[in-house]
Design a protein around this ligand. Structure first.
Ligand code: SAH
Length: 276
């Protein structure tokens, strides 16, 4: 059996030549949060964002994904987008003029206020991405993400467009596409209506600056290991206390940095043990 409607996942590809809009694209909820991605590899999207909760929400038009292919903005017959680094050295650098043209295209119809529409370059030199940033981005109208490749992007375009640099972590990827997907995933699931059960967003790791408590499900006894008794007691107050204790203990053990911040916020002594 052939499928009647292709799964477009709400993906719109914006190209340099103005093409008619994809009529198969799902109806977009008015003002839906939109991620615009400038990339040499638009085929990398939606990638994992097309699956599960984020994919369903994308199909329903609760958020939108628009890729802007960098290639057509390139120079000359071969649409060159990169050149050798000034001052020498290995690799190639994405040209400022080429990236600027793509960013101009990406800016069409977006608010100039960066608080409402951040413009971000994925970069290992950037500010490390956090749950707080995801929370803030989930309240914006959308975001433009510039994915680098090779040795990165000419500094002048980053300066001229006042682009925020954000890192996925202290390691080096080959390109910004995986990082962009990670950032979008973390953000989209915080948009009301996208994550089915809002409670789980409130309880999970980082929501109160703590790592999440351990989770269990059936069977109650597996391989000689029982689920902690309190979780089967039906005593909600005790369960809440146990979960908080475990979350605190885990955070203290694994992430002293988070633990210190949590204690400062709650006026507690990070060395205290009596409550744990
Ligand atoms: N020469 C650069 C690394 C370039 S890696 C440097 O040393 O800083 C190529 C591209 O991958 C970058 O332009 C960036 O867009 C992306 N990238 C690599 N590591 C990343 C990370 N940790 N977070 C976000 N993006 C990353």
């Amino acid at each position: 059996m052939t499928e009647k409607t292709p799964k477009s996942h709400g993906r719109l590809t914006i190209s340099a030549s103005l093409q008619p809009r994809d009529l198969m694209a799902p109806p977009q909820v008015k003002g839906a949060w939109t991620a615009r991605i400038v990339t040499l590899f638009p085929d990398a999207f939606p990638g994992t964002l097309g699956l599960s909760l984020t994919g369903k929400a994308l199909d329903q038009g609760l958020w939108a994904l628009e890729t802007i292919d960098l290639r057509p903005f390139g120079e000359g017959r071969h649409r060159n987008v990169d050149d050798t680094p000034a001052g020498g050295g290995a690799g190639m650098v994405l040209r400022a003029d080429v990236v600027a043209r793509a960013l101009d295209q990406a800016a069409i119809g977006t608010p100039p206020d960066r608080a409402r529409w951040p413009v971000v370059y994925l970069s290992p030199r950037g500010r490390p991405f956090t749950q707080d940033m995801a929370r803030r981005w989930a309240t914006t109208d959308g975001i433009t993400l510039l994915c680098g490749r090779f040795e990165g992007v000419d500094q002048r375009v980053l300066d001229a467009y006042a682009i925020e640099e954000v890192s996925l972590g202290d390691f080096v990827l080959t390109g910004g596409e995986i990082a962009a997907q990670a950032l979008i995933d973390a953000t989209v699931r915080l948009i009301p209506r996208v994550l089915g059960n809002q409670m789980s967003a409130e309880e999970e790791s980082f929501s109160d600056g703590l790592l999440e408590f351990p989770q269990y499900t059936r069977p109650p006894l597996w391989d000689g290991r029982a689920i902690p008794e309190v979780l089967l007691s039906g005593h909600h107050a005790k369960i809440t206390d146990w979960r908080r204790d475990m979350a605190e203990r885990l955070t203290k053990e694994r992430r002293p940095d988070l633990w210190r911040a949590y204690c400062a916020k709650h006026g507690r002594d990070p060395g205290e043990d009596q409550e744990l």
